[in-house]
Design a binder for this molecule. Structure first.
Ligand SMILES: Cc1ncc(COP(=O)(O)O)c(C=O)c1O
Ligand SMILES: N[C@@H](CCOP(=O)(O)O)C(=O)O
Length: 431
């Protein structure tokens, strides 16, 4: 597969180069040159196909020929060796639990897949690669875990000081080895801007090979389509029309779902569920894309004001606003509404959601008010104990910590404080 830059001012490149470079030289995100829908028979028989085979069929065209089939099968096997359960709340709403991986957030899938692709490309230690990643909470931990100890790769994580949960912070600051955390005096968008700026800084790029492990990187982004297929496989016989409500921040997850649809997966509609950082909700109303300063919310991982993947979504829908609107609805919710939803989900369904999932739930409810005969699946994008103080305060009860999080809380945070791009640059040049 060839990839082109969405800024259209850089040469097309291979999957390998798109992964190793992260961002195109013209600062554009890479996008696959063509998307070949899967055979109808694949969808007809999907219930009989293993999860590994589904993932293989879905992603093969995007990674070939650089990743041989045998290697790809192994990468997939190691990437998705945990559960993706669906819990039914009622006849109209289910939740897809994406927190059964090692860092208890959906990011584990993309981070593990990308780490293995990069490890494969760099198996002879051609050149040390520095992976830069900006996080509003969960990407950092998943990438740290996914890349820990991978030879020839250093990971530098930028996160906004005081704006991630305790558990998230521990996950990204306690591993050591080839992982370094930089605590940035700013918001997530500042971290993301610094990462993008570093890719274009010749003082850096002439001395080191930099890449990104955010959803900017196609190897982090595309595998996020797997679980849309797994959901269809499990619910196909029960419900005719599936709608996905995706708690969204940088919009990589929902955008991967849209690629799944392009491959032929029968998804009736997407809902982007947002907190008050609602640039896309407003865009769908006004056709104007106007990022505003970030607001800190209880669903901190979605505190993104200028989502990177907006341009990919535009490309999937050929820059056609009306066509996009047929497939995408967006709602946003305040912290107050999020708290009420957490309580409602617990009281009505005896289910403990996290603040991001709670927003997904609210969006399902609103969509169902106007649309009949559909089943809405909201993505539970992280485990509720990653946001323990909020969840316990709102539900007024103690929630047991999983063992892996208990262990983590005793570890010591190690992070380097920086306040601007100069801080990042100095750090990278000093290594
Ligand atoms: C728990 C959680 N929910 C939702 C999101 C938003 O996902 P995306 O950035 O792919 O839109 C994130 C961060 O990415 C997250 O960590
Ligand atoms: N919410 C994310 C923000 C970065 O998103 P990504 O999918 O582009 O890595 C986070 O948890 O860090």
């Amino acid at each position: 597969m060839k990839y082109y830059s969405l800024n259209k001012k850089a040469p097309k490149t291979s999957f390998e180069q798109a992964v190793v470079k992260g961002l195109a030289p013209d600062k554009g995100l890479y996008f696959p040159e063509e998307i070949q829908p899967l055979d109808k028979s694949f969808f007809d028989n999907i219930e009989q196909i293993s999860r590994e085979e589904i993932a293989f069929q879905a992603i093969q065209q995007f990674v070939s020929p650089e990743i041989p089939k045998k290697v790809l099968r192994q990468i997939i096997k190691e990437t998705i060796d945990f559960d993706f359960p669906i819990v039914s709340l009622n006849n109209e709403i289910s939740t897809l639990e994406l927190f059964h991986g090692p860092t208890m957030a959906f990011k584990d899938v993309g981070a593990r897949f990308m780490a293995r692709c990069l490890g494969y490309f760099n198996q002879n230690n051609k050149e040390e690669i520095t992976v830069l990643v900006a996080t509003s909470g969960d990407t950092g931990g998943a990438v740290a875990h996914g890349f820990l100890g991978v030879k020839g790769i250093k990971v530098v994580i930028l996160y906004p000081k005081g704006k991630v949960s305790n558990v998230q912070e521990k996950q990204l600051t306690t591993l050591g080895q080839n992982i370094t955390a930089l605590e940035v005096d700013g918001v997530f968008d500042d971290c993301q801007d610094m990462v993008k700026r570093a890719f274009l800084d010749q003082d850096l790029t002439s001395k080191m090979q930099l890449t990104s492990a955010n959803s900017i990187n196609v190897a982090r982004w595309l595998p996020q389509m797997f679980y849309f297929f797994f959901t269809y496989q499990q619910l196909k016989s029960k419900y005719k029309q599936l709608v996905f409500s995706v708690p969204s921040g940088n919009f990589g997850n929902i955008c991967a779902g849209m690629i799944a649809k392009k491959l032929g997966l029968p998804i009736e509609h997407f809902i982007a569920a947002n907190n008050e950082n609602n640039v896309i909700t407003k865009f769908l109303k006004t056709k104007e894309y106007v990022p505003e300063p970030t607001i800190a919310t209880l669903s901190n991982a979605m505190d993104v004001s200028n989502p990177s993947n907006f341009v990919r979504i535009q490309e999937i829908y050929d820059q056609d606003f009306e066509v996009l609107k047929k497939d995408l609805t967006s709602y946003f919710y305040t912290d107050k509404a999020t708290e009420k939803a957490l309580i409602e989900i617990k009281e009505k369904y005896n289910y403990i959601a996290d603040p991001h999932g709670a927003i997904g739930y609210l969006a399902c409810k609103d969509y169902l008010k106007e649309n009949e005969n559909v089943h809405c699946v909201f993505l539970e994008t992280a485990h509720p104990t990653k946001f323990l103080p909020t969840v316990e305060r709102v539900l007024n009860e103690t929630v047991a910590l999983p063992d892996q999080i208990k262990e983590l809380m005793n570890k010591k945070k190690v992070a380097i404080e920086i306040s601007n791009y100069g801080g990042l640059k100095n750090f990278l040049l000093s290594k």
